[in-house]
Design a protein around this ligand. Structure first.
Ligand code: BGC
Length: 448
């Protein structure tokens, strides 16, 4: 029984984001982000929760890194709060804010972990929102590039892996069109499309400056396209899944991987299509070192030659079990998501930059947290990832969302995604059963 499900050099990690875990919302000169502002709107966040303290990782990072080391994690993916480094979005850098990330990187290295840093996980400096409407303006992308250049320069020698953006949808559609995320706007479709494009442009500019400032660094994105699972593994359904994946995600991942919007997107948006500057796509489509996919679930799809788009997506199928834990249980999404992205665009490496589920976790009488559903979930998703690797898909790493329970955006503290349970009253961290399971997986590279 010496079979391993994963190669010994597989990159095992876990992920968080600044607003969700750091707390210290205004400490050491940090400026407000759009989330610090948005959370003040009554009802914007469940229970009117705030990120002022959250998991307090800003003060507890040493304790957290020690827990990561004990679990055997090789990588910690976290994001930097732009407004900690540039309280006004640009201009004068705040050395104290920058220092926090340097200390965090050093602590990780001292404990045998590598930092993988996300530059933008949705917390835009409020100053830029007020000044020119945030991502409504191309100016914002230029500020982003300046922030990336300065922060990357400061981190030289401390971090070699970067994500420019986490999930474009969360900071574009959800913030400027559906209003469920900061800054909570409901703009027109045309304006939304421009916001989307400005974010892509920021990614392109950020990528370019990173290449200049840190030529040896590895750079990618962490994106959550809509994933598709063919109803049957036969050529016509697989082809339908591929076609849909490319078209449905035309405005983000396809645009980046192909350096242009697919015809289907431009045709669907018509007069609402975004204005694209000369040379934008040269930047946006520049090659990356890895493709990060945040995979939680996927939709089933069938080939449908009788329909104009030639596929039918099942939005409401009972086979994709809705877990009682507020998420969708669809392990096959990892296999099909990574395989289809790989076949379409041949990225050098794929990282599963997020995957996980929320559960109603609470300590049992003996003080332990038995998150049985998360363990079942992980087992199934890991089988799916292992199948992808066996089939030659270049999946090189997996970062569990999340390391700790944290502030789940609009759902506040109600949804717990962590491998560690957080007692928000005392700040105590308790390893859940899944943390122990994951540790075993990392040690043995076997699905246990
Ligand atoms: C985001 C995380 C979020 C997680 C769980 C992803 O969409 O990147 O910030 O907490 O999913 O909902």
């Amino acid at each position: 029984m010496n079979r391993q499900d994963f190669p010994s050099d597989f990159i095992w990690g876990s992920a968080t984001a600044s607003y969700q875990v750091e707390g210290a919302a205004f400490e050491d000169g940090k400026g407000a982000s759009i989330w610090n502002e948005f959370e003040k709107l009554p009802g914007a966040i469940a229970d009117n929760a705030s990120g002022d303290v959250s998991c307090d990782q800003y003060h507890r990072y040493k304790e957290d890194v020690a827990l990561m080391r004990d679990m055997g994690l090789k990588v910690y993916r976290f994001s930097m709060a732009w407004s900690r480094i540039f309280p006004e979005g640009g201009g004068k850098l705040n050395p104290k804010g920058m220092d926090y990330y340097k200390r965090l990187c050093d602590e990780l290295h001292d404990n045998g972990l590598e930092p993988w840093i996300t530059f933008y996980h949705w917390d835009l400096p409020q100053a830029l929102q007020e000044r020119f409407g945030g991502w409504r303006s191309r100016e914002c992308a230029k500020y982003f590039a300046d922030y990336v250049a300065a922060a990357a320069g400061e981190l030289k020698g401390r971090c070699d892996h970067y994500f420019t953006f986490n999930e474009f949808l969360g900071s574009t559609d959800q913030g400027y069109f559906n209003g469920v995320c900061a800054p909570g706007l409901r703009l027109s479709r045309k304006e939304r499309n421009q916001v989307r494009h400005n974010a892509l442009y920021a990614h392109g500019l950020g990528l370019q400056v990173l290449r200049d400032v840190l030529p040896g660094a590895k750079v990618g994105i962490a994106e959550n396209p809509v994933f598709f699972t063919p109803v049957i593994d036969t050529p016509e359904h697989v082809a339908a899944a591929k076609k849909a994946f490319r078209e449905v995600n035309g405005h983000f991942i396809t645009a980046i991987m192909e350096g242009g919007y697919p015809e289907s997107y431009l045709a669907a948006e018509g007069a609402d299509a975004p204005v694209v500057g000369d040379g934008d796509f040269k930047l946006i489509g520049a090659p990356m070192d890895f493709l990060g996919l945040n995979i939680y679930y996927g939709r089933l799809i069938r080939s449908a030659p009788e329909l104009p788009e030639q596929y039918e997506i099942f939005y409401d199928d009972a086979s994709t079990v809705w877990s009682d834990c507020n998420g969708m249980f669809q392990p096959a999404a990892v296999y099909w998501g990574s395989r289809i992205a790989s076949e379409l665009w041949k990225p050098e490496a794929i990282i599963i930059s997020e995957n996980g589920t929320s559960c109603e976790d609470r300590p049992a009488r003996d003080g332990e947290v038995y998150d049985l559903f998360r363990v079942k979930y992980l087992r199934a998703y890991m089988e799916s990832m292992s199948r992808a690797i066996r089939d030659g898909v270049p999946v090189k790493g997996y970062f569990h969302w999340s390391f700790l329970d944290n502030l789940e955006w609009g759902s506040g503290y109600r949804r717990r995604f962590g491998l560690y349970f957080v007692n928000y009253r005392t700040g105590e961290r308790i390893p859940k059963l899944s943390a122990k399971w994951f540790k075993e997986l990392i040690q043995t590279c076997k699905i246990v």
